[in-house]
Ligand binder design. Structure first.
Ligand SMILES: *Cc1c(COP(=O)(O)O)cnc(C)c1O
Length: 437
């Protein structure tokens, strides 16, 4: 089984308590407080190696970790050590990657509305590729590059028109999408680049068809469209495009209802689709995000109040919720959890795990069968490595949780818990409103 097909990180042990990376999760909750994001280094590195191994027969493949799934300085260090490049979408991600010592030629800058200052920063930091999303950006990027006297390597982000069955908000490759050039616009943009945008060096095409994808056919179709389109452009314009970025999107198993393909199956789908064509696309980029970090992460919460609705369901509230994990309220995402200090308990009941935030929609898990919980118990929610911390907010003026990395019975803080002073550190009281000097 591939790690992305498991709900739990692979070093998880079920003793009296749950253990991850050799660390007792109940002890971690005590030591660092809750909510607490915990990342298992062995699972993270394991899946990186699975990806590399799965694609090993394809020489010129570049693994670009989609930073938006989870971007902190220690995580980018690990991905860099594992030989991954980085797909970035903001100055903040570029800066994080840069400061963690990554070779910036391994970085791609992607996004549908990059600002002038972000483009300036990306050029100054010498990111390896820009994925140009639209006509406005092409003109702006060319202008900034020419002012700086440089020529930047670009891919064109295109919308291949593939409907993959995932949540509407995380589907990006269908025809009516805010991302990328429609295929009918490709000739116009290629003509502009060839004739007018001398500071853009077009290397190939980029697409990303969605996220939490379970159907391999979507990847076959995508490669098929991209390969044909590159061959067509090369033929028509006398160009030599030789790069293809197929994006990310491989699904993970949040609950038993999810059956994502393995990393090997993904690699085979891509390689098979490539082999169908005589044309050579020497360089391929793949940009997994969720499937790299999701399973490596769990979140620990402390149980507080409970409420039995008369003739209704029972709510158990934890000390976190939609601000540290917005996915259930945003996408109706489902999660699985266990009680870290009641692994062996046979007394179970069906409960709904509620968050502590002031929204009725702040529910983490609906109707889950768990040991009977009381205040002080430690709940472990699985598969929170991706799109939890990276989407976290300070809603209700609550401090963002800490994050620890566990490995070989050792734990290290990789993100400090925010403090109350952190929360007010960007506030300013205008002089006329000040009470004290
Ligand atoms: C979000 C995104 C990814 C990563 O998607 P996952 O589902 O997390 O693998 C890759 N490429 C692009 C362009 C993206 O926008």
């Amino acid at each position: 089984m591939s790690i992305n097909q498991s709900i739990k990180p692979y070093t998880l042990e079920e003793k009296e308590h749950l253990f991850l990376g050799g660390c007792d999760l109940v002890d971690l909750a005590k030591k660092y407080g809750t909510p607490l994001y915990v990342i298992d280094e062995a699972t993270l590195r394991g899946i990186c190696r699975e990806y590399k191994k799965a694609f090993k027969d394809y020489k010129n493949i570049h693994m670009m970790y989609a930073s938006k799934a989870l971007c902190t300085s220690a995580i980018t260090r690990i991905l860099d050590e594992e030989g991954f490049g980085f797909d970035t979408v903001s100055a903040g991600e570029i800066y994080t990657v840069y400061k963690s010592g990554v070779d910036m030629s391994h970085v791609l800058f992607n996004g549908n509305n990059k600002s002038t200052s972000e483009i300036n920063l990306a050029i100054d930091f010498k990111v390896g590729r820009f994925s140009v999303d639209n006509f406005y950006e092409a003109e702006l990027l060319n202008k900034i590059a020419s002012e700086k006297g440089v020529r930047v390597d670009i891919l064109l982000r295109v919308t291949p028109g593939i409907e993959c069955h995932t949540h509407d908000y995380i589907q990006t490759g269908q025809i009516d999408s805010k991302f990328g050039f429609d295929l009918s616009q490709v000739d116009d943009i290629v003509t502009l680049i060839k004739d007018n945008y001398k500071n853009l060096n077009l290397k190939g095409l980029h697409a990303h068809i969605g996220s939490q994808i379970f159907e391999l056919k979507s990847y076959y179709d995508e490669v098929d469209i991209l390969v044909k389109e590159i061959a067509r452009i090369n033929g028509k314009f006398g160009l030599n495009l030789d790069e293809m970025n197929i994006g990310g999107g491989l699904g993970v198993k949040y609950t038993d209802n999810d059956a994502p393909p393995s990393v090997n199956e993904l690699a085979k789908a891509v390689t098979d689709a490539m082999e169908k064509y005589a044309v050579e696309i020497p360089t391929i980029y793949i940009e997994p995000g969720r499937s790299i970090v999701s399973t490596a992460g769990v979140t620990l919460y402390t149980v507080g109040s409970s409420k039995q609705v008369p003739n209704g369901r029972k709510y158990v509230a934890v000390d976190g919720g939609m601000a540290d994990n917005p996915r259930p309220s945003m996408y109706q995402a489902e999660y699985f959890a266990e009680v870290a200090n009641k692994v062996k308990s046979k007394d179970k009941e069906s409960v709904t795990i509620a968050g502590r935030y002031c929204e009725s929609g702040d529910i983490l898990i609906e109707n889950v069968e768990l040991p009977i919980m009381k205040a002080g118990d430690v709940l472990c929610v699985y598969n929170t490595g991706a799109y939890n911390y990276s989407m976290a907010s300070n809603y209700n003026r609550v401090e963002k949780p800490a994050m620890v990395l566990v490995n070989n019975s050792h734990s290290d803080i990789i993100v400090y818990r925010e403090t109350l002073d952190n929360l007010i550190s960007h506030d300013n009281i205008p002089d006329r409103l000040r009470k004290y000097d």
